[in-house]
Ligand binder design. Structure first.
Ligand code: EMZ
Length: 386
């Protein structure tokens, strides 16, 4: 097994039953493992709702560490659509040339930086920095602000020994509160200011709603992007021929990004709360219990993907669900895709090889399933093309 491989722990359960069961802090979850079921359930918001108690659709549940509803992600139609329409244009800005040029400059700079050192711990010294700096573009705030977020570490709700760290979460909530206070005094052209001036159904967004959008923007795109970037580096370390392939065929970068994201599935799953007794995969689920849509398993479903456990950079048909599915598909996907496309372009242009010196896998435990989602740390040496 290659060091960069992310094995699929769900295969047997997916083929035999189609679901798995896990106990999350006394609030059990039935995980849906097949692509078809995941998509069907994502569409059916009446039976499988997102607008439950804040934090409850996240697995592991965040009900004990969060009261603010994340928007638009913890809402159901029709309100979901109104908030989504409000924020959507802002989150499409990564398609603009100026945005792309700035992002490209940031990624060129950090790659140049790591090419001058003998060893780099990719998670902290590369991916976290890259993600935080790029986020200043998404929020349209000064570049220097990234230093604060870098100092928080990789996951805002997780510290090394606690998957749900209330104290750490409070750092983010307090920070956002402070930023909102500052922007109320001194509005600008950043995301906070835009949200504070926006209306839905003729009413200004409340402070709590603005906070809800901001928490989602910070939390949803943090460890997910960090994992995608880190896993890409590990993959290219063991597949220098892929770097060369993209150097010769840069027009394939878009497809390659989709395939890497399919394979990595940076977010394992997302929950829904069942509104009335029903069945999934012939298995009864009760009203007010939870199910989850397991993107990571659905992406390896052999019913939809040929050779699902292989990375095929030019895969022709790729209906992956790494960015979710249906009306809740990832709001940050345009930004995330642009980061990865730029990263692949810069790495293939500047890097000859990457050597893995040391690594520690990040394994998530979901009941009977143990899933490698990336690395707690991975130290490499980048070598420049000459
Ligand atoms: C939530 C979630 C969103 C959650 C798309 O995912 O990401 C998780 O990392 C956060 O902990 O609160 O934002």
């Amino acid at each position: 097994m290659k060091k960069s491989a992310l094995p699929d722990p769900f295969e047997q359960a997916r083929v035999e039953r189609g679901y798995g069961e896990i106990n999350d802090q006394g609030d059990p979850v039935t995980m849906l493992l097949r692509l078809k079921d995941v998509r069907k359930c994502a569409h059916n918001w009446k039976t499988f709702q997102s607008g439950a108690a804040p934090g409850r659709i996240v697995v592991p549940s965040e009900v004990d560490i969060r009261e603010t509803r994340q928007i638009p992600f913890e809402l159901d139609p029709p309100m979901h659509g109104k908030y989504r329409a409000l924020v959507e244009p802002w989150f499409r800005r990564p398609l603009e040339t100026e945005y792309q040029e700035k992002l490209s400059q940031q990624i060129n700079d950090i790659v140049d930086e790591v090419l001058t050192t003998d060893s780099v711990e990719v998670v902290e010294e590369f991916s976290l920095k890259l993600q935080s700096r790029a986020l200043t573009l998404l929020l349209n705030i000064p570049y220097e602000e990234a230093e604060t977020w870098i100092s928080w570490g990789t996951h805002v709700f997780r510290s090394e020994d606690d998957p749900l760290d209330g104290e750490k979460a409070a750092i983010l909530y307090d920070y956002i509160d402070e930023q909102i206070d500052q922007v109320l005094e001194n509005p600008g052209d950043d995301l906070y200011s835009v949200l504070l001036a926006s209306e839905v159904e003729g009413k200004k967004l409340t402070r709590e709603e603005v906070k809800g959008v901001m928490i989602l923007t910070f939390a949803g795109g943090r460890d997910t992007v960090i994992n995608a970037v880190t896993n890409s580096v590990a993959y290219f370390a063991e597949h220098p021929e892929s770097l060369q392939y993209l150097r010769n065929k840069p027009e394939m970068i878009g497809k390659a990004v989709e395939e890497l994201i399919r394979y990595f599935a940076p977010l394992t799953h997302m929950g829904r709360v069942v509104t009335g007794d029903t069945e999934v995969c012939g298995h009864a689920v009760k009203a007010d219990s939870r199910v989850s849509l397991c993107w990571a398993s659905a992406n390896r479903d052999a019913a939809a993907f040929e050779n699902p456990n292989e990375i095929v950079l030019d895969r022709k048909v790729n209906p992956h669900v790494s960015f979710g599915f249906s009306h809740h598909n990832c709001l940050g996907a345009t930004h995330a895709r642009q980061i990865l496309k730029t990263l692949l372009a810069v790495l293939s242009e500047k890097v000859e090889s990457i050597n893995i010196l040391d690594y520690q896998e990040n394994i998530e435990e979901w009941g009977e399933f143990r899933r490698k989602v990336g690395y707690d740390s991975i130290t490499v040496k980048f070598s420049a093309r000459v």
